[in-house]
Design a protein. Structure first.
Length: 195
């Protein structure tokens, strides 16, 4: 499946970063474990000043010394969950999206074979967890949540896995990735709706 995915990503035409906004990058990391091919997610520390306690992919803002956004994604992945960039094969990338906080976020897809030792950076990450693709194929639990952004209240869809709630931009990137690998999850409207 990995080689098939890599071929698809090589032929993908994707939206580029908005150069007028601050740049960030995330990594959708695929691994093999006892549940088969799985996606790595993190739950952010509840003590962080922004996105506290939210589910996210490893990633963050581009720093001046980063050669490119792939380097940003790999550096942040190593800092947050302890996986060395040399262990990760970048398969490709997807559409850049703008976050609700005005960041241009570029998603990359990587695969790390073999046994990995995950080491979380406790100042940034509370939990590292793995969502099997088989779970996502088999009608996963979808609910809605009410949230606040910029002083407005919205209702937004949530993908549930165990006690974890995947929503917002992280859910958007997850669904974009799943569409590429032909897993279609029925969600009426990904966009925030007034509650």
């Amino acid at each position: 499946m990995i080689s098939k995915l890599e071929k698809k990503l090589k032929n993908l035409v994707f939206d580029l970063p908005n150069e007028n906004l601050p740049q960030a990058a995330i990594l959708i990391l695929l691994i093999e474990n006892k549940n088969g091919l799985s996606i790595v997610f993190t739950e952010r520390s509840k003590s962080l000043p922004s996105h506290a306690g939210e589910v996210s992919f490893p990633g963050g803002k581009r720093e001046a010394e980063d050669e490119d956004l792939i380097e940003t994604a790999l550096r942040e992945t190593q800092e947050e969950i302890g996986i060395n960039p040399k262990q990760i094969n970048i398969l490709g990338r997807m559409d850049t999206k703008e976050s609700r906080f005005g960041l241009s976020v570029s998603p990359f897809i990587g695969y790390a074979p073999g046994n990995l030792e995950f080491i979380k950076e406790t100042k940034e990450v509370d939990t590292i967890f793995f969502v099997p693709l088989n779970y996502l194929k088999d009608k996963p639990s979808i609910t809605n949540k009410v949230t606040n952004a910029s002083g407005e209240t919205f209702e937004t869809p949530v993908l549930n896995y165990d006690s974890h709630k995947i929503w917002g931009l992280t859910l958007g990137f997850t669904l974009q990735f799943l569409k590429i690998i032909e897993i279609d999850i029925e969600i009426d409207d990904l966009y925030f709706r007034k509650a």
